[in-house]
Design a protein around this ligand. Structure first.
Ligand SMILES: *Cc1c(COP(=O)(O)O)cnc(C)c1O
Length: 442
């Protein structure tokens, strides 16, 4: 067989012929693993024999890689894989992503993505309306996630006000400090929290102490605990720019408890991640902005992609809708999901996770050997054994045994964390895990 026979292009028939065996191999790998992650730690994880052999093995490599990948994965579809904001993707999103991969539209110019850019526009319009229902000028961009969205928030603030000083809570995501570093801004002024929420009095003092313009980054759903900063009080302090990092808590926008995000509508910009609450394969970030005109600072010109005469002739100019050039059409899988489930369907999945979290929290409270950090705000349950024990070592032992993927949260001391993003679980699914943690601590 010649090499060219081994490399058919991604026509529907050619992809169908390979996807079946790939999915069979994936199922084999999952059976081989038999748990939420492989046991034995990093040294026990198998990779491939040779990733660049002199003579290729042909398309069977796709199935082989799928089996190795599945056997060695931390699988978010297993309820006990619950350390991070790492969701099990929905089938509808994965299926639509196959089409996106096969057609490979690139989002940097209209002539590479006529329908994909129209679909992306629909998604960003819908997200802008979701975040800013009363602001017709609101707009949104598709990003790789909260980190890029937080970067955009500080970038817009810097372009509008010059060298802004970022101010954020101790609870803020690490990407905020990194964005400040990358943008040449001062190191963020870090404000103390209570119960993982920014203290408005401390924030007011911090703002008063800064000379020059300020950009406050508030968090709606912290990575550690899911706590939501007091957004109305923060907005009332009127920083020059307010960015709300709702990478996690933004999922509440789909629910009947949107009021928990009250105050967000006065933010200048918002980060939202649909690869958390949203059940998308990574990446599916969104950056919403109250006044779409603020996004114009991202505009740039490359004659081969968005010549002025092309734009004047009516071809949409896409280049300013990201800092990237070639760009995957991540809006395609998002569009399929939003259309399949609707606002209510999305909201029900968010609430299912939050309900399970409350049930697990109740089980911890009722457990004689476990201590709950606080009632969950979203779907994160923070807890630990009551008896003094090495929480970090306990977590690593469960990883090493391949039994469970628990997270860690450094709050007042070190705690264990369950970040529940599996929408089809019940508190009963976690009862044996609680028993396992209590036993491991003894
Ligand atoms: C996950 C998260 C981020 C980072 O998002 P990525 O998609 O991983 O870049 C930022 N902020 C918060 C609060 C998060 O939970």
């Amino acid at each position: 067989m010649t090499a060219s026979h081994d490399a058919p292009l991604a026509t529907p028939d050619a992809v169908r012929a390979l996807v079946g065996p790939v999915l069979d191999a994936l199922a084999d790998g999952v059976r081989e693993r038999n748990g939420p992650l492989p046991s034995g730690g990093p040294s026990a994880v198998k990779a491939l024999a040779d990733v660049l052999p002199e003579h290729g093995v042909g398309p069977a490599a796709a199935a082989e890689v799928a089996r190795v990948l599945a056997a060695g994965s931390a699988d978010p579809a297993d309820p006990w894989c619950a350390a991070h904001l790492h969701c099990p993707p929905l089938a509808v999103a994965v299926a639509a992503d196959v089409a996106a991969s096969a057609l490979n539209p690139s989002m940097d110019s209209w002539d590479q993505a006529p329908a994909a850019s129209a679909i992306e526009r629909q998604v960003t319009d819908a997200v802008a309306r979701l975040c800013y229902p009363a602001e017709p000028a609101a707009d949104a961009l598709v990003t790789t996630g909260g980190s890029e969205s937080n970067l955009y928030g500080l970038l817009l603030a810097r372009e509008k006000f010059g060298a802004v000083t970022p101010v954020c809570g101790r609870n803020a995501h690490h990407s905020v400090a990194r964005a400040a570093w990358l943008l040449g801004l001062p190191r963020p002024v870090v404000v103390e929290c209570r119960d993982d929420r920014v203290r408005p009095d401390a924030l007011a003092r911090a703002l008063a102490s800064v000379e020059g313009p300020t950009a406050v980054v508030a968090t709606a759903g912290t990575t550690n605990s899911g706590a939501i900063d007091p957004l109305p009080e923060i907005a009332a302090l009127r920083p020059d720019w307010l960015h709300v990092d709702a990478a996690y808590g933004g999922g509440l926008l789909f629910t009947e408890r949107r009021n928990l995000l009250r105050g967000m509508e006065s933010a200048d910009s918002v980060a939202l991640d649909l690869h958390k609450f949203g059940w998308q394969p990574i990446a599916a970030g969104l950056f919403a902005c109250r006044d779409g005109a603020d996004l114009r600072i991202m505009d740039t010109n490359a004659d081969y992609l968005n010549a002025d005469d092309d734009t004047e002739a009516g071809l949409p100019d896409l280049l300013g809708r990201s800092l990237r050039t070639s760009r995957r059409p991540d809006a395609v899988k998002i569009a399929a999901t939003l259309r399949a489930l609707g606002r209510r369907g999305m909201g029900e999945l968010v609430e299912a996770c939050c309900t399970t979290a409350r049930g697990v929290a109740a089980a911890i409270t009722a457990h004689p050997d476990l201590e709950l950090w606080a009632e969950p705000t979203l779907s994160t349950v923070v807890f630990r054994p009551k008896a003094a024990c090495d929480v970090a070592a306990l977590r690593r032992a469960l990883l090493d045994e391949g039994k469970a993927v628990l997270g860690r949260a450094r709050l007042d001391g070190l705690w264990l964390k369950l970040t529940l993003l599996h929408p089809h679980t019940t508190p009963g699914d976690y009862q044996p895990l609680l028993g396992l943690v209590a036993k491991a601590a003894r």
